[in-house]
Design a protein around this ligand. Structure first.
Ligand SMILES: [Zn+2]
Length: 522
């Protein structure tokens, strides 16, 4: 096996620090021992006496150069803060390492578990989600264009019972056999007003459902509400949002109706199967307030699954209380009125809306601020320019690195002589230099250099995130909470918001208007 090549980096900020605790020698010794225990080969030792807040140190430049040259597989340091105290710089180094196929490792902590590491990982996930949203939006725009021109957008209309999809015209045509079943369903429902009665009738008759299987009450419900059968096809009438199920852990998607101004009718694309009068009669039954009242109304608690009681640390659950006929949402400790256990808790109910707002403001404040988010956003935004070429070159480069490793391996096995190694090394080095130069020219155009980022640009990007967060709807908020793994510990008066956020100072809000809120980073 080819040994993993480690670069050991140690840093103290001043000579004073050199004298106490973790001196350069101590750090370096710990790193070397760690490297040995992991079977790594220490190929370089770099020491800096400089502040952890600057990237402008000689050792740092050496690290980046060695990474660029593909000379190391691991940058090993005693702790994250030895490498840098600035999360933006750590982000830059992490990128440099990843580009070179190398990684950062620390003797005293796992990178992902350190506050900076957790934040970078979280912020990347968040930026990734924002990017995915943008892509989804672009795709949506294309579909909307198609709908406006009277053609059925992709993903619609092919799977509708009663129709076939004509690929050439982009329109639906009636499937006579299935259309007969659809009409039958509308008539039987108008007569019985029961989804399950209609579905069991169809099953008894042996009429196969869409995919040849059985009919279910929910299928009937969906068919009855499908506007297509009245000859109308509306694109973007509904949308999917992310929610969570009862235990608050499993993500689910839920379909909700969009506001009417978002709807796009795809005129003339769908022939009518059910006549107007029958259609309207069925819709009246479906929308009957009596019928709707019998159904349980879903209440949404976005913080469900993220809440701990500030008094006994148990999970908190959502509960709606009705005061003078008006529903109010609360979060409460599950040990208040818990019939199943002896345990009881004195915690009082926390008003839902107010708490959610405080948490959201806190998330917003952090997300529209730190430098790493800016860095990540830039990185994400600039990707795709020449991505295929970059990854092609990187593939070639890692192939060269692989050949280099094999060469060392063969040499250590004694299979080839020193001169052959030297010759081949020179060849490989030449190949590598050419590729690296091309990569470097691509990357300078692409990767922002934090040293050169001007203030205007920083503020502009910051504003971009803040705007996105301002416009964020329920599902986007959920996304941000997810990406940052937000958890909340709350009592009636105080909420502590945590997550992968490096929140540096606690924040208090007056007790009068909203929750008193303190935050901590861990
Ligand atoms: Zn409690």
């Amino acid at each position: 096996m080819v040994p993993v090549r480690a670069l050991v980096y140690s840093r103290v900020s001043t000579d004073a620090q050199e004298r106490d605790g973790t001196s350069l020698d101590t750090q370096e010794r710990a790193c070397v021992e760690y490297a040995q225990s992991q079977g790594m080969m220490v190929v370089e030792r770099i020491r800096d006496t400089a502040s952890g807040f600057t990237l402008d140190r000689p050792g740092m430049e050496q690290i980046r150069q060695l990474l660029r040259q593909g000379a190391v597989d691991v940058v090993l340091s005693y702790a994250v803060d030895r490498l840098s105290r600035n999360q933006n710089h750590i982000g830059v180094l992490l990128d440099a390492a990843e580009q070179a196929g190398a990684r950062l490792e620390f003797v005293t902590e796992r990178f992902e578990d350190s506050p900076i590491g957790r934040f970078i990982v979280g912020a990347r996930a968040f930026i990734g989600e924002v990017e995915r949203e943008k892509i989804a939006e672009r795709t949506m725009r294309g579909k909307a264009e198609r709908a406006r021109s009277g053609r059925i957008p992709q993903g619609m209309g092919k799977g509708t019972y009663g129709y076939r999809y004509d690929r050439q015209s982009g329109l639906r045509v009636v499937d006579e056999l299935q259309a007969t079943v659809v009409r039958h369903i509308f008539q039987r429902y108008a007569a019985t007003q029961s989804f399950s009665k209609v579905s069991s009738e169809l099953n008894e008759e042996g009429t196969p459902a869409f995919s040849g299987g059985r009919w279910y009450p929910l299928t009937i419900r969906r068919i009855l509400g499908n506007e297509s059968y009245s000859g109308h096809l509306i694109y973007r009438r509904t949308k999917r949002i992310k929610t969570r199920n009862g235990n608050g852990r499993t993500p689910r998607t839920r379909v909700v109706v969009r506001p009417k101004e978002d709807w796009i009718p795809v005129d003339g694309s769908t022939p009518e199967i059910v006549d107007r009068a029958t259609w309207e009669r069925v819709q009246r039954i479906l929308q009957d307030p009596e019928r709707i009242r019998r159904q349980p109304t879903p209440r949404i608690y976005p913080l469900r699954g993220r809440m701990r009681c500030g008094i006994c640390a148990s999970a908190m659950v959502g509960q709606t209380l009705t005061v003078k006929g008006k529903p109010y949402r609360y979060y409460r400790c599950r040990h208040v009125y818990d019939k199943n256990t002896k345990k009881t808790c004195s915690a009082r109910y926390v008003q839902g809306e107010r708490l959610e707002e405080v948490v959201w403001q806190e998330v917003k404040r952090v997300l529209s601020d730190p430098g790493i988010v800016i860095h990540e956003l830039e990185r994400a935004a600039d990707q795709g320019i020449d991505e295929t070429e970059v990854s092609r070159l990187q593939a070639v480069l890692s192939e060269v690195a692989e050949r280099e490793k094999r060469l060392v391996h063969l040499f250590t096995l004694g299979d080839i002589n020193e001169e052959a190694v030297r010759n081949e090394s020179v060849n490989l080095a030449g190949e590598k230099r050419v590729i690296e130069e091309r990569l470097a020219s691509l990357n300078t155009a692409r990767t922002p250099n934090p040293g050169r980022l001007n203030q205007m640009r920083l503020e502009h990007i910051c504003q971009g995130i803040a705007d996105w967060l301002d416009r964020a709807g329920k599902s986007e908020r959920e996304l941000a909470l997810d990406a940052l793994q937000v958890t909340v510990e709350a009592t009636k008066d105080e909420a502590t918001v945590s997550g992968v956020l490096p929140v540096d100072h606690p924040k208090f809000i007056t007790n009068k208007q909203s929750c008193r809120c303190s935050s901590s980073g861990e």
